[in-house]
Design a protein around this ligand. Sequence first.
Ligand code: SAH
Length: 393
Amino acid sequence: MKTIRLHPGKERSLLRRHPWVFASSIAKGAADSGETVRVESHDGQFLAWATFSPASQIRLRVWSFDASERIDASFFTEQLRAAIERRQSLGLDLSACRLVHGESDGLPGCIVDRYDDIVVLQAGSAGIERWKSVIVSALHTLMPEARMYERSDAVLREREGLPASTGWLHGGGSTQVEIGQNGLRFKVDVATGHKTGFYLDQRDARARFADVVRAQGLQRVLNCFCYTGGFSLAALAGGAQQVVSVDSSAPALALAAEHVALNGFDPARASFIDADVNATLRRLRDEGAQFDAIVLDPPKFAASPQQVERAARAYKDINRLAFHLLPPGGWLFTFSCSGGVSAELFQKIVAGAALDAGADAQIVARTGAGLDHPLSLHFPEGEYLKGLLLRKA
Ligand code: SAH
């Protein structure tokens, strides 16, 4: 077992159970990609078992803070079993669910999502890559009836020095399945869909939106960055008569339109715009359009800390335009999934947008990812998705 020694003082974050060590904290030692190492303080005290990532700035990711732990196949089986059991005990529907949420489930870099009978694995760290076959066989033991597909093609693989890797890990056949969420049906293609196929993290926010639309009797809804129509379908389920969905991806829009039919809604209530959201919002503003509710769920505008400032301007732009399109009493459900934009900063940005639009608003609710995307108390970076449900004054 190789040992990595940290610089004096750099043990602090590990003592607070934060699972990452940056390259600059390391005084001595190296290992192969994904190899398990013993991490110790400058004076030789055991701190953690971790996995080494030679290409990444996040050089170490912790498997365990327990000196007596053995990092072997049964360690991974146990972590996976426990993650699935936690979701079961929360009463979550495991047929459309994130089963493993990386660091927050004690498996840094490991994402496992389940869609119907397909379990999708995303190996986002050198350590998970190294243990991949063990993880696949453990998942197979835990869910023998499931097929398994790999979607290790996220950008963060590059930062780990790993090539993209996708395809069947177990079983085969069609990569498209149908899932149920909040009483609605969605088609998910695990090979071509975004992330592992679907934005499972917005389940609770979509349900909340349907409730607001229903309770307030909202009729005209604009869903920006609609992808396959998660919030559009929620609006239709809530009783909205006119739902306009905007996205720049034609395949996503086609699927969104299919979902309207699949769920038995009158297609006349839904329209789709294949265009840039910013340009569309400007055009709608210039035309004097008004909506009772607007959803803004953009992609991650800031992928790194260097991009936060530019991202802040982009968030402010779309939120300002949205405020212009709302009458007094109109609802805005606005999101940021940029990890580098904190909840506090996001609120400031949206407040600035309202000011610029000459609008005032109240925060009716704050939302985050659902319970299948747990948040470790010691890993604040895990809180990436922030939502503000606002009512314009
Ligand atoms: N709200 C969706 C998830 C949104 S993901 C849901 O509930 O499932 C972000 C979406 O924004 C993607 O579908 C992507 O195609 C789209 N997108 C990214 N940049 C865009 C732009 N400039 N204009 C329009 N759509 C964009």
